[in-house]
Design a protein around this ligand. Structure first.
Ligand SMILES: Nc1ncnc2c1ncn2[C@@H]1O[C@H](COP(=O)(O)OP(=O)(O)OP(=O)(O)O)[C@@H](O)[C@H]1O
Ligand SMILES: [Mg+2]
Length: 285
């Protein structure tokens, strides 16, 4: 059943004829080993035979049991981790170190506590050598996009959790990466703020002239269905992609969609695939 799902989606996504164009992101048979705790020689496979193709402008969520290697893949894609086998390609080129076209929003807020919202956004631009006046203008622009103009001069401790996460998103948007990677960005927020920010994220993603390619890691099936074009469900460790599920729901998506029959149908389909992999006894969230 899940193998069938995987095949359906993999064949369904390719061009009908002519040379197959590059995917924005392509992971082929990726393997990652970590040293076994307490051993110098032995290793544990964290990813094994991990395959994933994400098209330009696509919004794909990655779901899987805790410890299956989601963050590991995300870090490999962002050039922050090496890997031991297979290939990871962006625009057909092998990932080799940090790529300025990949913007990462990590779990937690990772803001500098002594800098205002505005300066926190400017910091990434400063590292990239953008002149001061341009930094200011660009930071003001993206703070407006995320609805935080009035809070530009506040320090992180003067912001709510949802506002802090919006600053973190603004900081990444500021340098206009073509690929946005999120690692459970809304996990620490209350349900209402979380739903609000999901809507905001879609608004921002849809408003761009060229839609960014998004890889979004989450534990929430609802969140994945609401946001995504497709959902990749991983096996337990060592992780690989077990199934790819199309989310055939219309865009522009609003909160009413969450209670629709189609939404519930996709959600239960994803839940069935995920259930087989999650060990409820240990770390069910
Ligand atoms: N630097 C490291 N050294 C050794 N093992 C590591 C390292 N980083 C991660 N691991 C191990 O790799 C496995 C996968 O970790 P990873 O963080 O990718 O999982 P995850 O799917 O993101 O989990 P979660 O959903 O809990 O965030 C885990 O068993 C973890 O303990
Ligand atoms: Mg993780």
């Amino acid at each position: 059943m899940s193998q069938q799902l995987l095949e359906e989606s993999v064949t369904g996504g390719s061009a009908p004829d002519g040379p197959r164009s590059h995917a924005k992101i392509e992971a082929k048979r990726v393997a990652k080993l970590y040293p076994k705790p307490g051993s110098k020689r032995e290793t544990t496979a964290v990813l094994d035979g991990f395959d994933l193709r994400i098209e330009s402008g696509e919004f794909l969520s990655l779901l899987g049991p805790s410890g299956c290697g989601k963050s590991t893949f995300l870090n490999i894609l962002a050039g922050l981790e090496t890997y031991n086998g297979g290939t990871v390609l962006i625009d057909g080129k092998r990932v080799d170190g940090v790529d300025k076209n990949v913007g990462v929003v990590f779990q937690g807020y990772a803001l500098f506590p002594w800098l205002t919202a505005q300066k926190n956004v400017e910091v990434g631009l400063k590292i990239r050598g953008v002149p001061r006046a341009d930094r200011r203008a660009r930071a003001a622009e993206v703070l407006e996009t995320v609805g935080l103009t009035a809070a530009a001069d506040r320090l992180p401790h003067q912001l709510s959790g949802g506002m802090r996460q919006r600053v973190a998103i603004a900081r990444v948007l500021a340098y206009e990466p073509e690929i946005l990677v999120f690692d459970e960005p809304f996990a620490a927020l209350d349900a209402q703020t979380r739903e609000f920010l999901q809507g905001e994220l879609l608004r921002i993603w849809e408003s761009g002239e060229n839609k960014k390619t998004v890889l979004f890691v989450t534990h929430s099936i609802d969140e994945a269905v609401f946001l995504s074009d497709r959902i990749a469900v991983m096996t337990r460790s060592p992780g690989s992609v077990k199934a790819l599920i199309d989310v055939d729901l219309p865009r522009h998506r609003t909160n009413e969609l969450r209670s629709s029959e189609d939404f519930v149908h996709v959600r239960s389909r994803v839940a069935r695939v995920l259930e087989e992999e999650v060990n409820y006894g240990s770390d069910a969230r």
